[in-house]
Design a protein around this ligand. Structure first.
Ligand SMILES: [Zn+2]
Length: 554
């Protein structure tokens, strides 16, 4: 009977069981016996097949092992629940893992490097790449003229790393039918134009990518599956065991992407727990359209997968990004004479939220600027109560009033600490010092009782949860490592409505990561100065080692 048992002993098991979302209570008590945000600790854990069988002390757990069990001495290493990534773009991440990122320090050199990205492509095929101007000496987006000079002989489409803008050369614009007479769709697709009214190649807004990508030949199901396999390997290497795709359909449309997910899960190439958040505008394009229910979307998956894939929330966008100056602010940008604007006007946003809730969904609404967060909270207030709590994605620019309203709404804030290390300087330029200092007040959110889950929005940033912890602790001196760990585990499970994710408990899925050290005992200054040395040694999803190895943990 003991044949398949795996026993890990001699370490620290951070279960997150009985964890408080914030350490405030234990700090106030000044008592080591009061649980903190990382919950109960143990020293050993036993699992078999995909289930956790026992958690406890070394002696009692080692006694469960038989001659055929796999017994691993952790030698003081730490076991944490597998990290939960409630907002990522795995399909896009896998897709972009195969394309170039045009970045660097000098704009001119970056543009000169673009032809290199086309070297291995067949003649006439599209060159698709990403660009990240946040580090450039002159952070202006490349124009069609820049791209025509660099690559005149094939269509070129560059996606801004945030996903909130694209730039294309003349061939790509022509194939997508973007010309002088094509009108903007306010909030959704804004075509930048020169003095004569000709498109400059730069198109901003959430529909910009869709419009250009629709002109490209779609990928095959095998290519989609391969993209998800690449994403799964990267996520697993970072200790992630649950992942949510926060806008299914955004890259190649809902049916193409659902088919890829189905293929990757069935074949085992995607071994992580999966939640899919279809884009609301992709399943109900116009505001008055009937919204299909979760069961109707689930019916598009093979029957065997319907219980395996969580479908609880829809993704909706209320504004854009600070980096592209499309986030919707209450007061103008510090470096532009406007304040951004909404993707949907407030009345439409309310109608959208109502329609989705009536169809049985919760909403996960992207809101970065303070005006967008306020509009989303208004819409949530005016809609019926959802079956599962709503989420607000990013919730970056807040003030005391918005924090109070967010707490009252009971929505989960799904926030991205690594954004701050990636684009902190750009945020300061966009917002000025006073507003930039109010970005992402993690500890204040917890003290206000707001459920707060960390995520990365990868591939916007590299996305390792440990880097997220480093960024969060560097940004917010009032946040503890235990709180950061909670935000990457138990809170993420709660955001996804997945009881088994983010906590180690008997009977739960055996989803865990082995870390080189207990993150809650690493000194704070080691985290903030980058000398913590904490690394993921192995990742176990559903009882299978999906990254790293358990042998030789010393
Ligand atoms: Zn996102």
């Amino acid at each position: 009977m003991t044949h398949h048992y795996t026993v890990l002993h001699g370490g620290t098991i951070l279960t997150l069981e009985d964890a408080l979302p914030s350490d405030a209570a234990s700090r106030a008590a000044g008592d080591r016996g009061v649980p903190d945000a990382a919950g109960r600790r143990a020293t050993a854990i036993c699992y078999a097949h995909d289930r956790i069988l026992a958690i406890g002390g070394d002696e009692e757990i080692r006694a469960l092992a038989g001659p055929d069990s796999h017994v691993v001495d952790l030698r003081g290493r730490a076991v944490v629940p597998g990290f939960v990534e409630p907002h990522a773009h795995p399909y896009w991440e896998g897709f972009v893992a195969g394309i170039a990122l045009i970045a660097g320090r000098e704009r001119r050199a970056a543009i000169r490097a673009i032809p290199g990205a086309a070297e291995h492509l067949e003649p006439d095929t599209w060159l698709v790449a990403r660009y990240d101007p946040t580090g450039w000496d002159r952070p202006d987006d490349p124009t069609r003229d820049d791209l025509d000079r660099a690559v005149p002989d094939r269509p070129v489409l560059l996606a801004h790393v945030s996903g909130h803008a694209v730039t294309a050369n003349s061939l790509a614009l022509a194939l997508a039918g973007i010309a002088a007479g094509i009108p903007d769709q306010p909030g959704r697709m804004m075509i930048e134009r020169d003095r004569t009214g000709e498109p400059t190649g730069i198109i901003r807004g959430p529909d910009a990518w869709d419009r250009l990508a629709a002109a490209m030949p779609p990928p095959t199901t095998a290519e989609g599956r391969a993209a998800l396999a690449r994403a799964a390997a990267r996520l697993a290497a970072d200790g992630v065991t649950s992942v949510a795709d926060a806008d299914v359909g955004a890259t190649n449309g809902l049916s193409v992407e659902l088919a890829a997910w189905a293929g990757a899960i069935s074949s085992g190439e995607m071994p992580l727990a999966v939640a899919l958040l279809p884009g609301l505008v992709r399943i109900a394009p116009a505001a008055g359209d009937r919204v299909p229910s979760p069961a109707e979307i689930s019916a598009q998956l093979p029957e065997a997968l319907r219980k395996r894939v969580r479908l609880t929330h829809l993704k909706l966008k209320a504004d854009g990004a600070l980096t592209t100056r499309t986030a919707w602010l209450c007061a103008p940008y510090a470096d532009a004479p406007h304040a951004g604007g909404p993707v949907h006007d407030p009345a439409t946003l309310v109608e959208r939220v109502r329609g989705a809730v009536r169809a049985g969904w919760g909403l996960a609404t992207h809101a970065i600027g303070d005006a967008a967060v306020a509009a989303v909270l208004d819409a949530y207030e005016m809609a019926p109560v959802p079956a599962r709590p709503h989420r607000i994605e990013h919730a970056m620019l807040l003030d005391a009033d918005l924090i109070e309203r967010l707490a009252a709404s009971r929505a989960t804030a799904v926030v991205q600490p690594e954004f701050l290390t990636w684009a902190g300087a750009t945020y300061r330029a966009r917002l000025g010092e006073e507003r930039a200092a109010r970005l992402l007040p993690f500890a204040a959110l917890l003290r206000a009782g707001i459920p707060m889950a960390f995520s990365s929005d990868r591939p916007v940033v590299a996305g390792s949860p440990l880097d997220g912890i480093r960024a969060a602790l560097r940004h917010d001196a009032a946040l503890s490592a235990a709180e950061a760990l909670h935000a990457w585990t138990a809170a993420g499970g709660a955001a996804l409505g997945d009881d088994e994710a983010g906590r180690l408990q008997v009977g739960h899925r055996a989803d865990m990561a082995i870390l080189s050290a207990d993150p809650t005992t690493v000194p704070r200054n080691a985290w903030t100065r980058g000398g913590d040395g904490v690394a993921v040694l192995a990742t176990i999803a559903g009882g299978r080692v999906v990254a790293g190895r358990m042998e030789g943990l010393a």
